[in-house]
Design a protein around this ligand. Structure first.
Ligand SMILES: Cc1ncc(COP(=O)(O)O)c(C=O)c1O
Length: 477
């Protein structure tokens, strides 16, 4: 469904937006349970600051019109009778929309992963993305497309992009290989699914980490796999708990999802030894391995694999932005053909325009420059966050030791009030999500994820102050 919001002038923006959303809720055009777009995308589409939309959401939550569900988004709340009474007493009417230009905002579907709030995960810093260079690359690709004859293309992807990815992986991830071993995908998610299609058969045992990434689990389950959850500890997957006769094991060694530690060297070696003995396959999900902040990071399993046991999956969602839907797979050479066939069966091939633009973006050096710039920026935000989590917020949180990615996880100390952390008024603003949903069998530990990709440096201190105020017993709401 669509949300209509009309902006009349720049005065009292938050009041205008508040009233129109409130009116939509009251007259039922925004029905109970409807999911709202994130504050960031609403702000972008209305051309207002994020602070404006955050303020509006906070007021609507405080007034009982919206509610948040940690990790899933903001929804229209059941209307308490007090709201209905007040509304009818004030003779509330929907504003006249006929004579003013309108901005139409598509509300996110309940199935999307859209998130909002300062620390929402999965967001990257788009304010600092070099869109002017990206536009040059898109224009270049468009001219190329206009010149070329119409044709379905290679399902594995455009040669120039596969070469660019191959070079990037050699430099950045020590994954060496031939460009013909790279298959271009729509994000890491499709990469996981394609490898699974090529490797597993119904009834095969597939091991996943516990806690772990639910969408990988969903892909394997959809293919009829028998899923076995194996716990992780501070060193990553507990290899000595792996079952016999597993066909495949899915791991996130660079940055365990959702806890964040990286797999120790001993575990990596033990896992490769296990796979060799069991003739099992390892699916290595390197969804955000490009951003590493200490020298302690280990090279991927893929670069230590001499026996063709590892399929490597990567993504441009963290290095660029997730709605680009670009990623890649580097399987063992003998699986390239079946993975390309699976790709062809699913969607024939990825969009050629974006592939060519991305290839130019990488080969002309814009991508490397962007990565270096983002690395500095994320390092600064991460340091600020860690300093606070280990300092002022140390009474409540215990951060997981982690050196990679653009989110940090922290366990809640025993004395921390979970209802204060997930107080709807706080979580709408902070976007914090619980890790408990990612546990399948193991008893869930209490912890939260702090995404720092999307937050501005200047917002970080405010967001942390807001959180500590809400957690502080002395704070009176
Ligand atoms: C562990 C993990 N793997 C894969 C993905 C999918 O990423 P992409 O956007 O590249 O499909 C995500 C996205 O959140 C993730 O958290």
């Amino acid at each position: 469904m669509n949300i209509q919001v009309d902006i009349r002038g720049r005065e009292g923006l938050s009041g205008q937006i508040y009233k129109q959303l409130q009116a939509g809720i009251l007259d039922g055009s925004l029905p109970v349970g409807e999911r709202l777009p994130s504050t960031r995308s609403l702000a972008a589409q209305l051309g207002v600051s994020r602070k404006t939309t955050l303020d509006v959401f906070e007021r609507l939550i405080t007034d009982g019109y919206l509610r948040t569900h940690p990790g899933s988004g903001t929804f229209v709340a059941e209307r308490p009778s007090s709201i209905l009474r007040n509304a009818s007493a004030s003779g509330h009417r929907r504003p006249d929309l006929r004579s003013v230009p309108s901005v139409t905002v598509a509300a996110s579907s309940p199935r999307t992963n859209q998130s909002c709030g300062y620390f929402a995960t999965g967001l990257t810093d788009k304010e600092n993305f070099p869109f002017e260079h990206w536009r040059l690359c898109i224009n270049h690709a468009l001219r190329q497309q206009a010149r070329e004859r119409t044709a379905y293309r290679d399902p594995a992807g455009e040669q120039n992009l596969r070469q660019a990815i191959c070079r990037h992986l050699a430099f950045n991830r020590s994954v060496l290989g031939n460009w013909t071993d790279v298959v271009v995908t729509q994000g890491a998610q499709q990469g996981i699914d394609l490898i699974a299609r090529a490797v597993i058969r119904p009834g095969d045992v597939v091991v996943v980490e516990d806690p772990g990434y639910p969408q990988a689990r969903a892909s394997f389950a959809a293919l009829g796999a028998r899923i076995v959850s194996v716990p992780v500890d501070a060193q990553g997957l507990m290899v000595d708990r792996l079952p016999g006769r597993a066909r495949m094991v899915y791991v996130t060694p660079a940055h365990q999802f959702p806890l964040g530690m990286s797999m120790s060297m001993e575990r990596r070696k033990a896992l490769l030894d296990w796979a060799r003995t069991e003739k099992a396959f390892i699916l290595e999900d390197d969804y955000d391995g490009e951003f590493r902040f200490r020298n302690t990071s280990h090279t991927p399993l893929k670069s230590q694999d001499t026996d063709g046991l590892v399929g490597f999956v990567g993504s441009f969602s963290t290095t660029m932005f997730p709605e680009l839907r670009m990623g890649y797979v580097v399987p063992p050479a003998e699986l390239v053909k079946s993975i390309s066939l699976a790709k062809q069966t699913g969607d024939l091939h990825s969009c050629t325009l974006i592939q060519n633009a991305l290839a130019k973006f990488m080969l002309d050096g814009y991508f490397g420059k962007h990565l270096r710039r983002m690395h500095k920026l994320y390092a600064r935000k991460r340091d600020m966050l860690l300093t606070c989590l280990e300092g002022d917020l140390g009474t409540w949180f215990e951060p997981v030791t982690s050196d990679t990615g653009i989110h940090l996880t922290a366990f809640l100390r025993r004395n921390t009030s979970t209802c204060r952390v997930f107080d709807p008024r706080t979580s709408a603003l902070t976007g914090l999500s619980s890790i408990s949903d990612f546990y399948a069998c193991e008893p869930a530990l209490a912890g939260i994820r702090f995404g720092y990709g999307g937050i501005e440096t200047h917002e970080l201190a405010n967001a942390l102050r807001l959180l500590s105020e809400r957690l502080d017993e002395r704070y009176v709401a």
